[in-house]
Design a protein. Sequence first.
Length: 613
Amino acid sequence: MSRLTVMTDDRASSTTLTLAKEFKQRIIASPPGVCLVEMQLAMLKVCHAQSCGKCVPCRDGLGKLEDLLEDVLNNRATENTLALIEKTAKNIELSADCAIGFEAARMVLVGLDGLQEDYISHVKHHRCSGSFEQPIPCIDQCPAHVDIPGYIALTGAGRYEDAVRLIRKDNPFPVACALICEHPCEQRCRRNMLDSSVNIRGLKRSAVDFADLDSIPVPPKAEPTGKRIAIIGGGPSGLTTAYFLQLMGHQTVVFEEKPALGGMLRYGIPNYRFPRKRLAQDIDYILKTGVEVRLNTQIGRDISMEDLEKEYDAIYISIGAQTDKNFDIEGADSLNVISAVNLLRDVGLEKRLDFSGLKVAVIGGGNVAMDCARTAIRANAEKVSIIYRRQEKDMTASPVEVRGAIEEGVELFTLQAPLRVEADEEGKAVALWTQPQISGLYDRNGRPKSNKADKDPIRMPADIILVAIGQDIESEQFEEQGISTKWNRIITDEGGKTTGNPGVFSGGDCVSGPATVIKAIAAGKVVAANIDEYLGYHHEITVDVDIPSPLMNDKLPSGRIHLTEREACERKNDFDGIENAMSREETIQEAARCLRCDHYGCGVLRGGRELRW
């Protein structure tokens, strides 16, 4: 008689799982400057070690790929080697009997394509294209290169005003970024090697919440240069440029077509995520530097580009992406089909919305779609549904935003593509017809494509249809002035200079396409420095803040402090802020988790805290 036994993890299996987890943590926390080709070779060796060795593609092919990558790293490779790597990897991908060989080969092909410059640098110049200065991961990942370990240390020490001053050396919107930044700085935080990344945005929130912002003086300005710069657009990028140019001694004038400054910070982000009184804290501080403002002024209507070029020494175009993409389905022109841009703009203009008793359908899966849905909930809609053509896990919206929307009563209707809008005799939308989808092969962005499923269309009753499928740029008026554009985006060089128009610069969403607030701020910061150079100067922005020495405590694994939110049943009834800040106790504990990579592990900041951009 045979006997069955219960299998339990032995010590070797448990250790293997632990090592696998730690390997993954180290990949996540890999700092900038690491040779990516060498990292790819290490990952290939791990895959090869998992091979059973029964089929030739895995047993011999992966070994051959390892040898070829070794040739690249040891300066023995030629361009023919790269071609051979590609050919070998494709053959393994097509002939491997199991997922190990297939995935290992695919990983090499992806790396060969995405890291092409690194491979070529090894072959032609016998060196890695990356820097081996071991830059600080969080600072390197921050588009504005804010001194993150510095302000974390200051915040942990209770020196909140100094922390804000240090942030403003590189970013004049500390309050905005404390509340809504997508914190890319946390992605490569080396704390991931121990447990999880430091809550950097949460600590910035503590700094701006506990600091007496009104008591922080404007930094000393350089001697007036007599130069005047016109800035078209009063959003985060334009105001950032204005702020830094004012500190450099130049006079800036911001031309804003709307009745208030802020751009998409005001007209694209609802008050419950970013209260307007908090936005005012950043804008008022920037204006204290002496920025002149012309509100309700549209270029081409109230003043021409020709007049600006005659009157000003330089021009910065930062008009953002404040129009919506074309929604091209049958019935899209029906009444009550509203673009997300228009809806959120009305909210920014403080127009009262009332969707009482109405069914609202929101089309899209990004953060803007979540903003629209949660706004509709607060406008007393009877029912709010989000229609998305992929699965929930494939949404581009932040998981926090998706979870928050669901908590507030929003329903997700996934794997559904908009088909047509049904309207009544008066032309008003009464329903949205959708076509069920089926997940297909993954695209280049790592998400499965959605394909038409062999199912009947579905009718969803809807009184209001909000379209949040993306934003576009209104650049035609500048194209008419000889400024080059492509797909409505303004074309510039790396320094933000437009082609064919000396002294005309551009940056932010109108150049990159819709992006994050911190990227717009970073673009404004870079262009400010380049306009300064264009005008014949080389001003430096510095700050006289003493950074506390690192704590000598042991860095034991410790839980991350997460920010909490007001209860969903309460917050969904108003537009007040939904997020709660850390307490002082939590702030001290979370700040102590920082490994202080500015002193240990990743080298130090060159030149202290007085860096030229």
